[in-house]
Design a binder for this molecule. Sequence first.
Ligand SMILES: Cc1cc2nc3c(=O)[nH]c(=O)nc-3n(C[C@H](O)[C@H](O)[C@H](O)COP(=O)(O)OP(=O)(O)OC[C@H]3O[C@@H](n4cnc5c(N)ncnc54)[C@H](O)[C@@H]3O)c2cc1C
Length: 497
Amino acid sequence: MAPSCANPDIILIGGGVMSANLGALIKRLDPRLRIQVFERGEAMAMESSNGWSNAGTGHAGLCELSYTPSRGADGTVNVDKALEIFGQFEETLQFWSYAAASGMAEQPADFIRPVPHLSFVHGREQVEFLRSRFAGLSRHPFFETMEFTTDPDVIAGWAPLLMEGQEKMPVAATKVDTGTDVDFGVLARRLLAWLGAQEGCAVASRHRVDGLRRCHGGWEVEVTDLAAGTSRTCRAKFVFVGAGGGSLPLLQKAGIPEARGLGGFPIGGQWLVCRKPEIVRRHQAKVYGQALDAAPTMAVPHLDTRVLNGQKALLFGPFAAWTGKFLQQQGSWLDLPLSVRPDNLLTLLRIGWSNLPLIHYLMKEGAQSMDSRLAMLRQFYPEAHEEDWTLERAGIRVQAIKKTDGEAGIVHYGTELIKSADHSIAALLGASPGASVCVHIAVGVIRACLPHLLDSDEGRERMREMIPARGEELRQPENAGKFRELHRHCLKTLGLI
Ligand SMILES: Cc1cc2nc3c(=O)[nH]c(=O)nc-3n(C[C@H](O)[C@H](O)[C@H](O)COP(=O)(O)OP(=O)(O)OC[C@H]3O[C@@H](n4cnc5c(N)ncnc54)[C@H](O)[C@@H]3O)c2cc1C
């Protein structure tokens, strides 16, 4: 892989799953473009996108109860958000199946595997909620293969660990067999290796971007070669800041008006991990439950099959934790204090004040004993023993905080795309539903900032080859047949059926 290319048209900062998918899509749309990727780590995708940093759930709304709010007065559950996420993940599957078939990311079994997605609830009220959720979802073609049961024996057949020693009380579960477990790190490294081998492109690790300055016709990017200890300045017409937790400080340095008042709220994470073969072998599912009080939506507990480097393990969590760092591997406790600026100080204070229960929850979660972690795990796996589980570090999510949020102030758990008015720079903040919808986000960046790539018949045709139909389109009832055909094709190409 060449570390640097002369006169890049586009610079992508960060070698995670977001830059990898965006870079690959752009290069396919216009093979003449020169693209430079700078990654500060030793290797690509070693932060949030890497193995144990995330849960690897291919978020498609199949099992995550946080995408469907509680029942309305009429007893129904609004399933719009789940349909939206499913459609966005479908775009991701289309591009990845194109990448697998075209040699950009071969051997998909290394980065995506079929793992059934289950939702599991206890207690009469939750059982009725899940029943209504199932009624709302299963009438749509996206969710037509979903199964629902309140029979403990059926649940024990789907996921035996859930029912062994389980208290006698009403329980219910749904299951979709075509859920996925994804190694976003492997996929990112594969796409970036492909990109770096293309003419006019270069992918450089151990290159840290330290500054961004506007210049005539684009941006000047100040970069330090950490191996050589030298610095240089590169110019490009378009810059994508896909630096994960490192995006906010870079946006602040860029000084665009759209970033004024923005703040970041880091939330760390931990997993309980089990590698004992006789236990791991008996669970083949990602099982999501309900959020606990004050827990942010991404801290909904789940008991997951996780396959990394061909090794299967079980993961439970995430346990959220208070942190001041913005990056897991290369972060510093000064990241949060250094991100405080005159333009975001009031917003941060307001958010802190109006989110005291969340801050209290994060501090309590991070400091809790192994016993209380196991008590949570035992809601899913009543016969879990402490000696079979270890506590391991997960990645950090830096949630966006915006000045425009009004008096109460909210922490944004979604993914926020910030772009300058002239569309010469775009940055991604936040991390949920994250990597699963990276292709949908990348297409959004292209439409907003590089629309000329889709202006010609040729550009549109290339996009259709990679992503034949957008999620929104497939969601329409008249496109049910098209959805089924395309979905099956993607699942087959990716070896998921
Ligand atoms: C606990 C947890 C669980 C999650 N679970 C899921 C899940 O189940 N499913 C899902 O879809 N998503 C999940 N996510 C979200 C997902 O991991 C992220 O959305 C995704 O990995 C973000 O990718 P990225 O490329 O934006 O960031 P990253 O993968 O973090 O990549 C950013 C890169 O930029 C580099 N960088 C930073 N600063 C600089 C700089 N100044 N110069 C050069 N390079 C720089 C970093 O070293 C890093 O490699 C989870 C996240 C966490 C934390």
